[in-house]
Design a protein around this ligand. Structure first.
Ligand code: HSE
Length: 314
């Protein structure tokens, strides 16, 4: 293995929850993400030297940035006798529900692991990156960092030990995403959730989660569409997204298999059976936010299969 002193990695955006599976399911997106460059330095510790973030400011303070917090957690488990400088180039809005904090955390630990000749397993990298999420969300959830690191669809069983399982999905699935340019902090979107849920609704949600996982494994698009319903979290979080109900309905009317909030929002994602349908759905979603005078970013994406990947190294 080549001894690298600098590495640049791509770390994908992710959609967590996937409607019904709160903190459990997630998948990675092909077309957007972070670029993280890590350099070895003689000074121990982690320093963030540069952040390019066209959609909002992020802290350079290593205690408050998810990338440096995750990187420092990795270094607590191995003292390489050197330090690291990080440059972060964000290619997505922050506070958007597209796993921005996870992309930085996952990309940073992936980059350091490459520079150190891969002393850690993927699962260890997930646990380090989760500490970055603790800074952003107040809780170390893994449903964004797991797919960011591993690619594809992941299922997280957050017990001891932590189980992270990659699950298959239909090849043709294309995602339409709309990201209204308003910020929703994950921490706030978690605080509003009710602690007590009627038993009947929990059973309904269990059926949706099981149906979604079975539909993905069996590549059954109709079952996936029917199961993509969140009867617990979405009704509560919808109030944080102006025009949510109308936007979701417009995606379904344009032919989407299903549509829900991406992570803690405000982005919405929709499953589509091909690119032409995804484009139609994306246009419908964008139009809906335009009608209520909210600017939005809209794109279609395949599912990223590889997760974090090196784009340059020297
Ligand atoms: N599972 C997390 C939440 C994802 O919904 O709060 C945040 O992107």
């Amino acid at each position: 293995m080549k001894n690298l002193s600098t590495v640049k990695v791509f770390s994908p955006a992710t959609v967590a929850n996937v409607a019904c599976a709160f903190d459990v399911l997630g998948f990675a997106l092909e077309s957007v993400g972070d670029l993280i460059t890590a350099h070895k330095t003689k000074v121990p510790g982690v320093k963030i030297t540069k952040i390019i973030s066209p959609y909002g400011e992020l802290s350079l303070d290593p205690k408050h940035n998810t990338a440096s917090v995750a990187a420092q957690t990795l270094l607590k488990n191995l003292d390489p006798g050197l330090g690291f400088e990080l440059e972060i180039e964000k290619q997505m809005p922050i506070g958007s529900g597209l796993g921005s904090s996870a992309a930085s955390a996952a990309g940073a630990v992936f980059a350091l692991n490459e520079l150190l000749n891969r002393p850690f397993t993927q699962k260890e990298l997930i646990t380090f990156a989760m500490e970055g999420e603790r800074v952003a969300a107040g809780v170390a959830h893994a449903d964004n960092v797991a797919p960011a690191l591993l690619g594809g669809f992941t299922l997280v069983r957050q017990g001891l030990p932590l189980d992270v399982v990659k699950i298959p999905f239909p090849e043709q699935l294309v995602i339409a995403v709309v990201c209204p340019l308003i910020e929703v902090r994950t921490e706030d979107a978690r605080k509003i959730l009710k602690k007590l849920i009627p038993f009947k609704r929990v059973v309904e949600q269990f059926g949706n989660i099981a149906g979604l996982v079975a539909g993905l494994c069996q590549k059954d698009l109709e079952l996936i569409g029917r199961s993509l319903q969140d009867v617990i979290i979405e009704p509560e979080r919808a109030i944080l997204i102006p025009g949510f109900k109308e936007a979701k309905q417009s995606a379904l009317d344009a032919g989407a298999l299903g549509c829900s909030i991406s992570g803690s929002g405000p982005a919405l994602f929709a499953f589509c059976k091909d690119l032409a349908q995804a484009q139609k759905v994306a246009d419908a979603l964008a139009l809906q936010f335009k009608k209520i005078e909210i600017d939005s970013l809209v794109f279609t994406s395949a599912i990223n299969r590889t997760g974090c990947a090196v784009v340059e190294g020297q």
